[in-house]
Design a protein around this ligand. Structure first.
Ligand SMILES: Cc1cc2nc3c(=O)[nH]c(=O)nc-3n(C[C@H](O)[C@H](O)[C@H](O)COP(=O)(O)OP(=O)(O)OC[C@H]3O[C@@H](n4cnc5c(N)ncnc54)[C@H](O)[C@@H]3O)c2cc1C
Length: 306
């Protein structure tokens, strides 16, 4: 165990964690950042909705800029998995394991969880390549504008997928809902809403998804039909990486496991904040930035007893 007790431990080095790290460093706080290297931002092929980047920017470039900015304050994320957080002695003890299993313990007065979410992904070969090509998409708020007038499919079950298909009608007249679980997953209300919007529903279940050489998506239904789309939006939901918060007794949203926070990004556990996707249903880089700024400022004020 290190002798030192840091002002703040930040779990996660995505846009939320690294924004908070820079804010706290600029508040002259000692910060340690720990990360397992699976930021969702690393999967953004190219985004046109990041404020300030009119020509767009890739997710890896966003992360590179964050890392460079943090490095200017001597903050280099430690590559390790935070396994356990123990609340004790008015702070936290953090137990982590590196890639080769080596263990370490860090102490901090406060903790910011910026651990993001885990997407529920469609099963298909070369999914990462399909996401990179924009053939499979996970976030209509992010990039539906880039699918205007395209032939779009939404893949999922129930009301969530139905709502996403209706959302896509703002962008295209050709929207198809692919019911991954078959026809039983739609309520009469959903069905009426989809019908009213002219959205085709494929009810028979999906047997296979693939990307062709032109980056179009080829869908084989359970009944053997072959369909092709410019893009498939996976509306399969996500699960917040909130296990550390739950173990400390923080309240979670039942539907997706997101950490419940107040207007300062405080959880109900004294000394524990959460920011970014793990605490938000609008999973966006700009939201992660804003929440991190709010959390870091509140952490600093808390530490100085204001
Ligand atoms: C394909 C795709 C396209 C997207 N496009 C856009 C877009 O165009 N515009 C936009 O605004 N947003 C977009 N997003 C969403 C955006 O990527 C997220 O909103 C953003 O990355 C959230 O930042 P975060 O810091 O909260 O979480 P993340 O970036 O996911 O970072 C969380 C970090 O925590 C680490 N971590 C988790 N648990 C632990 C642990 N126990 N110990 C140590 N480290 C841990 C992970 O390894 C990860 O690095 C897109 C997402 C995807 C998947």
């Amino acid at each position: 165990m290190e002798d030192r007790t840091h002002d703040c431990l930040i779990v996660g080095a995505g846009p939320a964690g690294l924004t908070a790290a820079v804010y706290l460093a600029r508040f002259r706080r000692s910060v340690v950042v720990v990360d397992t290297g699976t930021s969702r931002a690393s999967r953004i092929p190219w985004s046109y909705n990041i404020p300030g980047f009119a020509d767009g920017i890739s997710g890896p470039d966003i992360l590179r800029r964050h890392v460079e900015q943090a490095a200017a304050f001597d903050i280099v994320p430690r590559s390790a998995n935070v396994r356990t957080l123990l609340a004790e002695d008015g702070g936290f003890t953090c137990l982590m394991a590196g890639e080769s299993g080596e263990r370490a313990t860090v102490r901090a007065r406060t903790v910011l969880l910026a651990t993001g979410v885990q997407d529920n992904e469609p099963e298909m070969p070369e999914l990462a390549e399909a996401i990179s090509a924009g053939s499979v998409r996970l976030c209509p708020v992010c990039d539906a504008y880039e699918a205007i007038d395209a032939d779009i499919a939404v893949l999922g079950d129930g009301s969530g997928a139905a709502a996403e298909a209706v959302f896509m009608r703002t962008y295209s007249e050709r929207v198809t809902l692919l019911l991954s679980g078959g026809a039983r997953c739609l309520s009469p209300d959903d069905r009426a809403s989809l019908g009213g919007q002219g959205i085709r529903i494929v009810e028979e279940g999906i047997a296979a998804l693939a990307r062709d050489d032109a980056d179009r998506m080829v869908v084989r239904t359970a009944g053997g039909a072959g369909l092709a789309f410019d893009a498939v939006y996976a509306a399969l939901g996500s699960r917040a990486r909130s296990g550390l918060a739950a173990a400390l007794g923080a309240e979670l949203v039942a539907a997706d496991g997101a950490v419940v926070v107040d207007g300062h990004q405080r959880t109900g556990v004294p000394g524990l904040w959460a920011a970014g996707d793990v605490a938000s249903s609008l999973n966006q880089v700009s939201v992660a930035w804003g929440q991190a700024a709010i959390a870091a400022t509140d952490i600093h004020n808390h530490l100085r007893g204001a």
